[in-house]
Design a protein around this ligand. Structure first.
Ligand SMILES: [Zn+2]
Length: 188
């Protein structure tokens, strides 16, 4: 028993020394500061948020008819109808209902489908479910904060994830890099 603990203590000391050495090495030889992340990622990712539960009738009053149909009746906008399809600037895509940042421009790509497409969301910002609207099962995804439907995810996307998040443009709002993210919508 005693020997085991001694060995663990020794291992801990070794790990600590190695970590310190590595940190010193990076500090001495590596770049002084990490390059700034594009797309306003840092504030978008570090946000502190809680779920927002609002009855559909309330959302209907707050949103445009088109946005409400997509977000809370799981509608699909016609392809090539969203200006966000051609949006190529660096920035953040937030939920059009509750303003939670869902995607950053780094993950956007031109899928040619007519819907804004991303290969990954900001971690932890989407929930998923399976829908059978087109008979074959599809993975529906929605904003993790307000539950608003965003789109469907398919496994024919580009590297590094191989996923294609096919999003309704009307369910998102784009915030260009350098502009302040809108405050998260609160229950009135
Ligand atoms: Zn939302």
């Amino acid at each position: 028993m005693g020997t085991q603990w001694t060995r663990r203590a020794w291992l801990r000391a070794m790990v600590a020394t190695t970590a310190f050495g590595a940190a010193w090495w990076v500090g001495a030889r590596g770049p002084r500061a990490a390059p700034a992340q594009a797309g306003g990622s840092a504030p978008a990712r570090s946000l502190d948020w809680r779920p927002l539960s609002l009855p559909h009738e309330e959302w209907k009053k707050l949103l445009s008819a088109r946005a409400y149909t997509v977000l809370f009746e799981e509608g699909t906008e016609r392809p090539f109808t969203s200006a966000l399809n051609d949006e190529k600037r660096a920035g953040t895509y937030v939920c059009a209902a509750c303003s939670l940042p869902l995607f950053t421009s780094e993950a956007k790509f031109d899928s040619g489908t007519g819907w804004p497409s991303f290969y990954q969301p900001i971690e932890g910002r989407l929930g998923t479910s399976t829908d059978f609207k087109l008979i074959l099962p599809r993975t529906e995804y929605h904003c993790a904060r307000c539950g608003g439907h965003q789109g469907h995810v398919f496994d024919d996307g580009p590297k590094p994830t191989g996923l294609r998040y096919c999003n309704n443009g009307v369910a998102l709002e784009f915030v260009p890099e350098g502009e302040t993210l809108p405050p998260l919508r609160q229950i009135p």
